[in-house]
Design a protein around this ligand. Structure first.
Ligand code: FAD
Length: 530
């Protein structure tokens, strides 16, 4: 069963490993769990629905609560404290395009707002209903999950867009194929959500971002259906697929999507490599990216993330042994860990290993075999469960992500980290901050920064702390000309910073585009642009 106020399935826990509590206390301070509201108490507060009756819509309080929020930090604060300002007035679970059309027509005729819900894993407020006088209908896509067509010759597969990561992969794997799109939210997020947020999977270096994988599809809009032919390429004017990508539920419901698929790889392995310090690791990463070697994943952690990852891995005696061994050969506390993924056919991957390890060694890197990589792979979709445990111990955790050019990485990273470290100084609160570069391009990379801080005694205080952190880090991103999001999208939380990337004309063009398919502004208003 899915957790109503945290991440994932209630049967899965990620207990705090031995030593982790001491580590956090030293870095951030001792914390105690805040008071939490019970499910029964929250359900008792769900207000009456404002929707007119419709046979496909349930107004059941539990469903309305389960669809009231996503996974952003404000979402967690709201769910854990019970201070949930708004609920959808009803939830529908269409199972085909006819039902989707019916629901859109119903909402349009009553002028109800519509929020499309994929897996609800948004971390920036995409699925949160906003206060107002208009009733809100949430359309949950979880019953639209089938593989509709597999074109093995063209290597394209068409799915209903509510399919989750694991079910999509299992349907493809049966035929010997993979999409290769593995965001960390893979367990719950959906194909439609990936397209609507321009998501990026952990092995994007081999498989590409979702915009590289999305070939076409079908959209039901308030103005009527929109078909996007799955062409390999097109010079027939602006590519409408790129307007749908990142549309965050503002243009219509993606009901079907055709994606580009690959054969399951003959070989795949993940390796752990230590560098003496950040600079040499980054230089090696850049070189690998710029000569375009066939690797699938490159994730370079800074020294703080390297240490934190090892402490939170739970393998205390092994970590102590590795620490002593690494120190004895000169890899001090400034060491940085690279997780390297190599995926492909045998001849390609043999070549990649040879070239990559030679670059790594030239930069003083120490390959340590596959143990660290295997451990990472085993827990790649499990680590989000740690957020539940940390929260229960009184710690809140969130992330910031951007992408900048290689030339701007060091200055941007330094300022983002410094903004986060000092954001709560006036409250005498310390913040644990660490980063990695995980999606690399010929011209730059994404910077992914995690920040961990103590929750306040009251939920408002936690929210204020988060807001101070998020605002200062976002301003640092914008000041360096970075994008406000490399992969999570805009939603509510990043909307104030979008103009610095798109400019006034760009924002006006987006408004006009949305209005062309949704003149009454019923689809997910207030998200992406106000
Ligand atoms: C623990 C965790 C790890 C994460 N890791 C990553 C990561 O590695 N990479 C990454 O890119 N993101 C990551 N995310 C963010 C999130 O998972 C992605 O944004 C994901 O693409 C959202 O998919 P979803 O199906 O959950 O969409 P939802 O959260 O349900 O919705 C997101 C937006 O998409 C719209 N939408 C959803 N389905 C449709 C549809 N069928 N048609 C039209 N619009 C639709 C919604 O209206 C909403 O605006 C992570 C989130 C969490 C909580």
């Amino acid at each position: 069963m899915r957790r109503w106020n945290g991440w994932g399935d209630t049967s899965i826990d990620y207990p705090l490993p031995a030593g982790a509590a001491d580590f956090l206390e030293t870095r951030v301070g001792a914390a105690s769990p805040p008071a939490e509201v019970s499910l029964e108490d929250v359900l008792a507060c769900v207000p009456a629905s404002r929707l007119a009756h419709h046979p496909l819509i349930t107004t059941d309080s539990s469903e309305r609560l389960l669809h009231a929020r996503g996974q952003s930090l404000p979402d967690w604060v709201a769910l854990r404290s019970g201070q949930i300002e708004c609920y959808p007035d009803g939830v529908a679970f269409p199972s085909d395009e006819v039902q989707v059309r019916d629901l859109l027509d119903y909402a349009k005729s009553h002028r109800f707002q519509i929020i499309i819900y994929g897996g609800g894993t948004s971390v920036v407020g995409h699925v949160t209903p906003l206060p107002g006088n208009t009733a809100v209908l949430t359309i949950d896509m979880s019953r639209m999950t089938d593989l509709v067509q597999l074109d093995e010759t063209s290597r394209q597969a068409t799915f209903k867009a509510g399919v989750s990561g694991p079910y999509l992969e299992s349907q493809l794997n049966q035929h010997g194929f993979t999409l290769g799109h593995f965001p960390q939210s893979f367990e719950l997020s959906t194909l439609g959500g990936w397209i609507a947020t321009r998501s990026c999977g952990q092995q994007s270096y081999r498989y590409g971002r979702i915009e590289d994988l999305f070939a076409g599809g079908h959209l039901e809009t308030l103005a009527g259906p929109l078909e996007l032919p799955a062409l390999p390429a097109s010079a027939a004017g602006p590519d409408l697929r790129h307007i749908i990508l990142g549309s965050e539920g503002r243009l219509g419901i993606i009901t079907r999507a055709t994606v580009r698929i690959r054969l399951l790889p003959e070989f795949e392995a993940f390796y752990g490599i230590f560098f003496h310090e950040w600079e040499s690791g980054q230089a090696a990463l850049r070189q690998i990216a710029q000569i375009e070697l066939p690797v699938s994943m490159l994730r370079l952690s800074d020294a703080q993330e390297t240490e934190t990852t090892l402490v939170l891995s739970g393998k205390k005696s092994l970590v102590n042994w590795a620490d002593r061994s690494l120190k004895s050969i000169g890899y001090s506390s400034s060491r940085c860990l690279l997780i390297l993924g190599i995926t492909g056919d045998h001849s390609q991957t043999r070549y990649a290993r040879q070239k990559v390890f030679s670059i790594v060694r030239r930069h003083g890197g120490l390959p340590t075999g596959q143990f660290i990589g295997k451990t990472w792979k085993k827990s790649r979709f499990l680590t989000p469960y740690l957020r539940n445990t940390l929260w229960d111990h009184g710690y809140a955790l969130d992330t910031m992500e951007t992408a900048v050019k290689w030339a701007d990485i060091d200055a941007s990273l330094a300022d983002i980290q410094s903004a986060l470290r000092t954001a709560l100084t006036s409250d005498n609160e310390r913040v644990l901050v660490f980063s990695h570069l995980s999606h690399v391009y010929v011209d730059g990379a994404s910077i992914y920064t995690t920040f961990l801080f103590r929750q306040g005694a009251e939920s408002d205080e936690t929210l204020q702390r988060w807001l101070a952190l998020k605002t200062k880090a976002s301003l640092a991103v914008v000041a360096h000309g970075g994008t406000i999001s490399h992969q999570h999208g805009v939603g509510i939380d990043h909307a104030p910073y979008l103009k610095s990337e798109k400019g006034s004309q760009g924002i006006a063009a987006l408004h006009a585009t949305f209005a062309s398919l949704d003149p009454d502004g019923l689809l997910n208003p207030g998200k992406l642009i106000k």
